[in-house]
Ligand binder design. Structure first.
Ligand code: NAD
Length: 330
């Protein structure tokens, strides 16, 4: 009989992690979901709790973890600016101590490990779109640095563990991802706009709205993470994972208004510090190595996210006007 793969997902009760746990269970893994519920919630994995192959463990990855696993997806880290800037020291600790602890675990049990990195390692890039060999333009002392530099250090640690301890590592540079189970209050542009539109509140655009972003639906992203983990040992990444189709923030706002049938109007606020003008992945490496490219069109993905937020906010009839969420277009 084949032994099932024991897979650890740190940050498994978060937005991307909960979708990843679902997919891993579907493929037959025994999934250990570790989370300290800083930004994730038990609700995100509640439907998985009755599965005998699913274990939920409350644990902070800043502390070592002693378990037996075959594969590790290290996703634990707050991902939205309002959450990672709220306690910046904890954010760096999660990235750096968290990487050391999960890499240390991988070393002890000879597990393969995938580190979730981010497009933020490119900072405010001078090159568009960004290929993996671009080293980035990162402010080391700004408000975003706790996240950007923390992730850069997690990447460094992954490659040092490979060079020094021959560990099987994979590094995924994730670009803007959206979908059901994002938090309504996380200040990320897709969730902000949807919540504002569902409440018929003004949609806040930071800056003139001509800055572009690319948006990857969570199902596409999770497929790429699984494919990357399944590549031969010499494929380490870093690999850009995202959707290269670019939309301006204004286009996104207009699409959300149209799809929700909202009466919201658009208002403009000043651009926050270090906000990049353009963010677009070059995914040619992922296309070649994984045979992957995103399939879900923005309108289709947005519809699924809108359904989720509509339910979360109590459905159409329960929509009431509340004070605006005033966060950055992150
Ligand atoms: N969503 C995106 O667009 C995006 C883009 C780039 C990179 N990423 C990366 O993907 C990963 C998942 O992001 P997400 O969008 O699902 O964010 P999320 O905030 O929904 O999930 C992160 C999870 O990690 C948990 N966590 C935080 N600190 C922890 C700690 N010290 N110990 C244990 N658990 C901890 C949180 O409670 C949460 O459940 C993160 O590493 C993030 O940096 C996400």
């Amino acid at each position: 009989m084949l032994r099932e793969c024991r897979t650890l997902v740190t940050g498994g009760a978060g937005f991307i992690g909960s979708h990843l746990c679902e997919c891993l269970l579907e493929r037959g893994d025994h999934v250990i979901c570790v989370d300290n519920f800083y930004t994730g919630t038990r609700r995100n994995v509640h439907h998985l709790l009755s599965n005998p192959r699913f274990e939920l463990m409350r644990h902070d990855i800043c502390f070592p973890l002693y378990i037996e696993v075959d594969e590790i997806f290290n996703l634990a880290c707050p991902a939205s600016p309002i959450h990672y800037q709220c306690d910046p020291v904890q954010t760096i600790k999660t990235s750096v101590h968290g990487a050391i602890n999960t890499l240390g675990l991988a070393k002890r049990v000879r597990a393969q490990i995938l580190q979730a990195s981010t497009s933020e390692v490119y900072g405010d890039p001078h090159v568009h779109p960004q290929p993996e060999d671009y080293w980035g333009n990162v402010n080391p002392i700004g408000l975003r640095s706790c996240y950007d530099e923390g992730k850069r250090c997690a990447e460094t640690l992954s490659f040092d563990y490979r060079r020094q301890h021959n560990l099987r590592i994979k590094v995924a540079r994730i670009f803007n991802t959206y979908g059901p189970r994002m938090r309504p209050d996380d200040g990320r542009v897709v969730s902000n706009f949807i919540v504002q539109a569902l409440r018929n509140q003004s949609i806040t655009i930071y800056g003139d709205g001509h800055q572009t972003r690319s948006f990857c639906y969570v199902e596409d992203l999770v497929k790429a993470l699984l494919l990357l983990m399944a590549t031969p040992d010499d494929v380490t990444g870093p690999l850009n994972l995202g959707n290269p189709e670019e939309f301006t923030i204004r286009e996104l706002a207009e699409t959300v208004i149209a799809l929700t049938g909202s009466s919201s109007t658009i208002v403009h606020l000043p651009l926050p510090a270090d906000d990049p003008r353009q963010r677009c992945p070059d995914i040619s490496k992922a296309q070649k190595l994984l045979g992957w490219s995103p399939k879900v069109r923005l309108r289709d993905g947005l519809m699924k996210a809108i359904e989720y937020f509509d339910q979360l906010l109590g459905g159409k009839k329960a929509r009431i006007a509340r004070p605006s969420w005033v966060f950055a277009n992150g």
